[in-house]
Design a protein around this ligand. Structure first.
Ligand code: MN
Length: 194
């Protein structure tokens, strides 16, 4: 049967500094995400979900299988969307045009997205997704949930579990969220939008 594997980071572990430290990345990817992968592989035998993709499992499973599969899917999208910090980092067409159309401006979008992350109570994720008509929406998802469970196509996400920022920012979740814009690889996000 198929076993899920820990994704390989598409950058060096210190590449996102100072926005995300090497230490945070080593724990977040090498311990937290690796733990979810190991847990899911341990839960799959005999579950009936052995041959399904992560997306299928997240839409059909419940309990521990859902939680661990959801966290793997979420983190694969999260870690896959970053690159080294850049000043004036912003999307280009056609995603940039869709953001202006649906949120008014890139600045207004960033503000709404950060607010979604800052006001999410407890652990979870804030997402930018496209609906079936290509309209962009921001959603807050608790714990391991993913917008595909609502029929949305996930494009961009900020992880607001404390493990994502506590070593670098302690309780200052809003500061962490504000800094993340510097390391978004908009080419990756745009490729998800197409
Ligand atoms: Mn996480």
């Amino acid at each position: 049967m198929k076993k899920f594997e820990l994704m390989t980071l598409p950058y060096e572990v210190n590449a996102l500094e100072p926005v995300i430290s090497k230490q945070t990345l080593e724990f977040h990817h090498g311990k937290h995400l690796a733990g979810y992968v190991n847990n899911l592989n341990g839960l799959l035998p005999g579950s009936g979900f052995e041959e399904m993709s992560l997306e299928e499992i997240v839409c059909k499973a419940s309990g521990g299988i859902l939680n661990n599969a959801g966290q793997i899917l979420n983190h694969n999208l999260y870690f896959g969307q970053f690159s080294a910090p850049k000043a004036d980092n912003a999307p280009t067409r056609p995603l940039a045009e869709a953001i202006v159309r649906d949120f008014g401006s890139f600045e207004a979008f960033k503000e709404a997205f950060q607010k979604g992350g800052a006001t999410l109570f407890g652990s979870g994720w804030v997402w930018l997704s496209a609906d079936k008509d290509g309209k962009l929406v921001i959603t807050q998802e608790t714990n391991a949930a993913n917008p595909i469970q609502k029929g949305l196509k996930p494009l961009l996400t900020f992880d607001v579990w404390e493990h994502a920022y506590y070593l670098d920012y302690q309780n200052r979740r809003p500061d962490h969220l504000a800094a993340l814009w510097q390391i978004i690889d908009w080419e990756v996000v745009e490729s998800r939008f197409k």
